[in-house]
Design a protein around this ligand. Structure first.
Ligand code: CA
Ligand code: CA
Ligand code: CA
Ligand code: CA
Length: 410
């Protein structure tokens, strides 16, 4: 990928003058520069006697003083004085955050930037990424990472050891830091938990997966992201997902890169949101599934996100779609969505909001390609509608690397 230009903090002048406090209304603060230090010291003591001195610089031949206009004019005519400059406010130039939004086209496309500009960042929402682990040393993830567990090696260190950084990539789509570098996630102030249930090759066992779901329930996760799947309906997984959902957790899973076959489990379960992939033109990702159980569509082609070893990587698949959905869910939870039906949990309300505010695509209403439609963070948060195609600045696609952990092959 192209290099990310780091924005520099530089200073810009504003034009708001600072009135001298406690002085006559016509008095203002000035910086007075001299040609040499002796002149400055001489004038400093004079101004101090007149109680007009503010500060004497230690090394520079400069004093600051509160002066009226006549005094300032007199100093300007003094041959010892190099300049008389009114004091004004200055301000840091904001980092060029647009670069992150250009990299993260999916985040921008679904209204993520609109959400962020409205102060919606998914603050403090707990998202468990059940995957190959997370490279929590990545500068775009290290502040977002909040813990986790490794059920593959049975230890508390869920470092990602997957060649394609599968879990690290999903984590970045959900919550990569809005820090002026790299990419930005949908919910860049969410808390990310790495729950490693897949090994470095992308394979996992049912036991690891069930343990991972159990961990998420025990640790009060709000959301579980499952960029994984299989064609068999295993009662152990079904029961674990149903119980997690009943416990109030929102579960999002990739439908599977089945090339228009049936959706995989756990996405196909009622208790889990099945996410299909769309491209920057809201077209169906042809590798996705076609199934009446598809619930939502989300960006999943040529998605640039975090990779192991301080890298960024473009990946394509339904594995990239699910984390976009999880991110929007985090925005809604942080925004304080209410338990409207009074059943003691909000995951059902979040789910309905995601459906009702999705942009309907393809055949009218729910359909087996896009489900209820492509997710829209701005609409879900009631922030209005962004123009279609927004944020897709660089049309020149990088060659997508297809990752297919869903089907257990690479
Ligand atoms: Ca970033
Ligand atoms: Ca489902
Ligand atoms: Ca509820
Ligand atoms: Ca439709």
């Amino acid at each position: 990928m192209k290099a990310i230009a780091l924005s520099l903090l530089t200073l810009a002048l504003l034009v708001a003058p600072l009135a001298g406090s406690g002085q006559a209304a016509s008095s203002r603060e000035y910086l007075v520069g001299f040609h040499d230090a002796a002149q400055a010291a001489d004038k400093a003591s004079f101004l101090e006697q007149k109680r007009k001195l503010k500060k004497s610089m230690r090394r520079l031949p400069v004093v600051s003083a509160v002066l009226d206009e006549a005094e300032a004019a007199a100093l300007r005519n003094d041959p010892r004085v190099a300049y008389v400059q009114e004091n004004v406010w200055i301000q840091a130039i904001d980092p060029i955050l647009g670069a992150e939004y250009n990299q993260s086209w999916g985040v921008t496309h679904i209204g993520g930037r609109t959400a962020h500009e409205a102060g919606k960042f998914g603050q403090e929402v707990r998202v468990a990424v059940l995957d190959t682990g997370i490279d929590y040393t990545h500068p775009d993830l290290m502040l977002r990472y909040a813990g986790g567990y490794d059920f593959v090696f049975d230890d508390a260190d869920p470092m990602d050891d997957n060649t394609n950084s599968h879990g690290t990539h999903a984590a970045g789509i959900i919550a990569a830091e809005l820090n002026g570098q790299g990419v930005v996630g949908v919910a860049p102030l969410a808390r990310i938990y790495g729950v490693k249930v897949l090994d470095g090759a992308g394979f996992g066992s049912l036991e690891w997966l069930v343990q991972g779901i159990d961990w998420a329930i025990a640790n009060n996760m709000h959301i579980i992201n499952l960029s994984l799947g299989f064609s068999s309906d295993f009662p152990a997984v079904r029961d674990a997902c149903d119980r997690a959902y009943a416990a109030g957790i929102l579960l999002v899973a990739s439908s599977g890169n089945t090339n228009q076959g049936e959706a995989l489990y756990p996405a196909a379960y009622d208790s889990v949101i099945a996410a299909n992939a769309t491209d920057a033109g809201d077209q169906f990702g042809e590798f996705s599934s076609i199934d009446a159980r598809i619930e939502l569509a989300a960006p999943g082609t040529s998605i640039v996100s975090t990779a192991r070893g301080n890298q960024y990587l473009s990946l394509t698949g339904t594995s990239q779609a699910a984390p976009h959905v999880a991110g929007v869910a985090a925005l809604l939870i942080a925004a304080g969505i209410q338990d409207a039906n009074g059943n003691g949990r909000i995951n059902d309300e979040v789910r309905l909001r995601l459906r009702h505010t999705a942009r309907d695509l393809g055949a009218g209403g729910h359909d087996p390609y896009y489900g209820y439609g492509r997710i829209d963070a701005a609409a879900a948060l009631g922030l209005g509608v962004i123009p279609p195609g927004d944020g897709r600045k660089d049309k020149k696609d990088k060659k997508p690397k297809k990752v297919d952990l869903i089907k257990g092959r690479r």
